[in-house]
Design a protein around this ligand. Structure first.
Ligand SMILES: CC(C)(COP(=O)(O)OP(=O)(O)OC[C@H]1O[C@@H](n2cnc3c(N)ncnc32)[C@H](O)[C@@H]1OP(=O)(O)O)[C@@H](O)C(=O)NCCC(=O)NCCS
Length: 254
């Protein structure tokens, strides 16, 4: 018999599925998707407020219109007649350091600034780190946005992180970086990646899975774009960035 190897994620027996020890049939209908994502990545169930925050993180990144590189890439591939899986995978492949993948880098850069501050002034440490990065031609991950000067998702995520009691030194440091950019005469907003990076770091997430949260969140959006592309557009069209009009429902309340 082949040597066995270990996995601590899900146990499967005939007629029984247990995720991290919890019966999946009991989880179904009683916990939210964000809760289940937290459970599978962290191994434990979150408390109620943390679960709400996880759901908010996933909702915050579900889609950002037709201009992000992942959507343009997915739609372009979809227009060639590629399958749903090929098209969505192309979108996922476009989630990298500068798009959706700034979460892990941002968390690491914030940790560097916190270490540099040695318990002292975070804004000063942030300013010094930003100056060093600029001299090396590097950017601060999780800051800046092509469309938003104040990212509407960021304020809400920080509010929910505060309510959940998880906003700690990384969130404070993200704020300090924002202040340092403004003080230097170059105000750059914390974008959704930056907010998620700061919050996940304060929650103690493994850096290696941080960008995965964005991929999990954005997949429904990519599926919707690919399905719309194949249903409504002609094959092999030129997908011109930005040359689109929104024709969905007008603003409404949930
Ligand atoms: C998102 C991003 C690509 C948008 O860029 P943009 O609005 O098109 O801005 P540009 O690339 O034209 O840069 C404009 C100026 O701002 C600076 N800048 C923009 N984002 C910066 C950042 N995160 N850190 C430092 N400087 C930044 C650029 O160096 C440039 O400076 P200059 O005018 O002195 O040359 C950019 O802000 C960025 O690379 N951010 C970091 C990666 C990131 O967070 N990605 C996730 C996006 S949701």
């Amino acid at each position: 018999m082949a040597e066995t190897w270990q996995t601590a994620i899900t146990s499967i027996q005939p007629n029984e599925v247990r995720v991290r020890g919890y019966d999946i049939a009991e989880l179904m209908g009683s916990v939210s998707f964000g809760t289940a994502v937290y459970l599978i990545l962290r191994g434990e169930l979150p408390d109620e407020k943390t679960a709400r925050l996880m759901d908010a993180i996933l909702v915050s990144s579900i889609d950002h219109g037709a201009t992000p590189p992942s959507v343009l890439a997915a739609r372009t591939v979809a227009s060639t007649g590629a399958s749903l899986s090929q098209s969505v995978a192309t979108g996922i492949n476009s989630i990298n350091r500068f798009h959706g993948g700034a979460i892990q880098d941002c968390a690491a850069q914030l940790a560097r600034i916190i270490a540099r501050a040695e318990g002292g002034n975070l804004v000063q440490a942030a300013a010094a780190e930003l100056a060093d990065m600029k001299s090396r031609g590097q950017r601060m991950s999780g800051f800046g946005h092509r469309v938003h000067t104040t990212d509407p998702r960021t304020a809400r995520l920080f509010e929910l992180a505060q309510q959940a009691g998880v906003a700690g030194e990384h969130v404070a440091c993200a704020r300090a970086v924002e202040t340092a950019f403004a003080d230097a005469g170059k105000p750059l907003p914390i974008n959704v990646d930056g907010a998620i990076g700061a919050i996940l770091a304060d929650m103690g997430f493994d850096p290696e899975v941080m960008n995965g949260l964005f991929m999990i969140a954005r997949t429904p959006g990519l599926v919707a774009h690919v399905a719309e592309e194949q249903a409504c557009q002609k094959p092999m069209r030129k997908v011109v960035p930005g040359a689109h009009e929104y024709d969905g429902p007008p603003p409404r309340r949930s």
